[in-house]
Design a binder for this molecule. Structure first.
Ligand SMILES: [Zn+2]
Length: 456
């Protein structure tokens, strides 16, 4: 009543209620909930909320939702608002609103997103930065923003069928959401920077951490949104792996498990066997199926050039995007998808000046990092050679595939003034060990870098 037709013209400074109202409409069928969600989305940006030191973008009140070009301001609020806008757009058939959010997503992914999929570069205002403002060390990248990004990607995937949304969700799940909890399951990162300059301090397990960024995962936070958001996301992860429609079944994310669905009025059951992302082989057993033909659609990530699909009808290479196998399936049929997960180097766009001259290692969907616990020297003086790709290396006690790369140490400069003539390389050879970024800071305090200077 208070915010309804003829009521107060405002809206909440922390968007979330829009999603909840649409969900309430879906459950109850009562139109008034959908109408209220639409009212909140449409009204936003009319400066009903106070202007504060972080600017109106902090409350997502700087401009109407439809007229924005990219996500801006407080990252979690921006992404939750976009989720609510997509929900409203889908339920009201509002193509213009859906296309506006799609365009904002495109621009944000193209210029305001970290290699990990993380969003929100600035600590001040917990906010998106300007285009290409993506510092590795100062990165805020709140865990909740990653959860919100996955929620948005899932909604946009359902609304459009565009697999790019599933690609970003995978990158974000493996490299930010999975990074937040420690291996002990009792400590969490709130902030997920791509570089740690100083070793973190061990924290009292019985006290909340006053800092979002601590270098080690903290057992408690005063504002404990991220731990609960991570737990909720991991507990419901099965809900974002696959979809089904009149055409068949679509697998978007790969994890071992069973899928039981209604397909054309009949029961279907699929079992997925895989050790992904450590290995790129995914085997799908058709255990129960309707008699007539349907399509099994499998996502092939953008890094998986040279993937191979094997079905009872034969074997062939498949392009990135989606691989579709259509036939009258029989119980006992097996489909094998092979995604090459060979390690590779990735270079940043030259406009991301904070990491210009650096490279990062990736393998399959995983981003890797160098951690000082594996390194006999100062990480800041290390450079890697990209003449050869990183290679798979012996494990480091993390139960994960580690990588190794050739590199060298660089001479430290003069001690009194850190500027002057062109630096001379030390030339002393180094072997650089790289571990999956999501596992960093599990072996005690360490410095860390995702982006490593490339040898000249
Ligand atoms: Zn949070």
């Amino acid at each position: 009543v208070e915010f309804g037709p003829g009521g107060r013209p405002g809206y909440c400074g922390h968007p979330e209620i829009e999603m909840a109202l649409v969900e309430l409409f879906r459950v109850t069928g009562q139109e008034r909930y959908l109408a209220q969600a639409k009212r909140f989305v449409d009204a936003r940006g009319q400066a009903h909320l106070a202007d504060i030191e972080f600017g109106r973008a902090y409350y997502q009140d700087e401009a109407p939702v439809r007229s924005r070009e990219a996500f801006t301001g407080h990252a979690v609020r921006a992404l939750y608002l976009a989720c609510g806008a997509v929900d409203v757009a889908v339920e009201t058939g509002d193509r213009e609103l859906l296309e506006a959010i799609e365009a904002q997503w495109e621009r944000t992914v193209a210029a305001r997103t970290y290699l990990t999929g993380g969003m929100g570069a600035r600590h001040v205002g917990e906010a998106f930065g300007d285009d290409f403002e993506l510092p590795a060390d100062g990165a805020y990248v709140e865990t909740c923003a990653a959860v919100a990004s996955v929620m948005l990607s899932w909604r946009l995937l359902l609304a459009t069928g565009n697999v790019r949304y599933a690609d970003l969700a995978e990158r974000t799940l493996f490299n930010v959401v999975a990074t937040a909890p420690g291996r002990d399951g009792r400590s969490f990162f709130y902030s997920n920077p791509l570089r740690q300059r100083v070793r973190g301090e061990s924290l009292d397990p019985d006290r909340p951490s006053p800092r979002a960024a601590a270098g080690l995962r903290a057992p408690w936070f005063e504002v404990s949104c991220c731990p609960t958001n991570t737990a909720r996301t991991l507990a419901s992860i099965g809900a974002v792996l696959a979809t089904a429609d009149a055409d068949g079944v679509q697998l978007h994310q790969y994890a071992p498990g069973e899928l039981r669905i209604r397909l054309r009025g009949a029961s279907a059951a699929l079992r997925v066997d895989t050790d992904y992302p450590w290995a790129g082989d995914i085997r799908i057993h058709i255990e129960q199926t309707p008699a007539d033909s349907w399509s099994l659609t499998l996502r092939v990530p953008p890094w998986a050039e040279g993937s191979v699909l094997r079905t009872p009808d034969g074997e062939h290479r498949v392009a990135t995007g989606t691989a579709v196998a259509r036939r009258a399936w029989r119980p006992g049929d097996v489909v094998d998808l092979h995604l090459p997960v060979a390690p590779r180097w990735s270079w940043p766009d030259a406009r991301i000046d904070a990491v210009r001259g650096c490279v990062a290692a990736e393998r399959g969907p995983l981003v890797y990092c160098a951690e000082s616990v594996d390194c006999d020297g100062d990480l800041d003086r290390l450079a890697v050679s990209t003449g050869k790709g990183p290679r798979e290396a012996v494990a480091t006690g993390l139960g994960a595939v580690a990588l190794a790369a050739a590199g060298s140490w660089r001479e430290a400069g003069p001690t009194t003034w850190p500027y002057g003539g062109r630096p001379v390389p030390d030339g002393r050879a180094a072997t650089v060990t790289l571990v999956p970024y999501h596992l960093w800071a599990n072996r005690g305090p360490a410095t860390m870098r995702v982006w490593l200077p490339e040898e000249a």
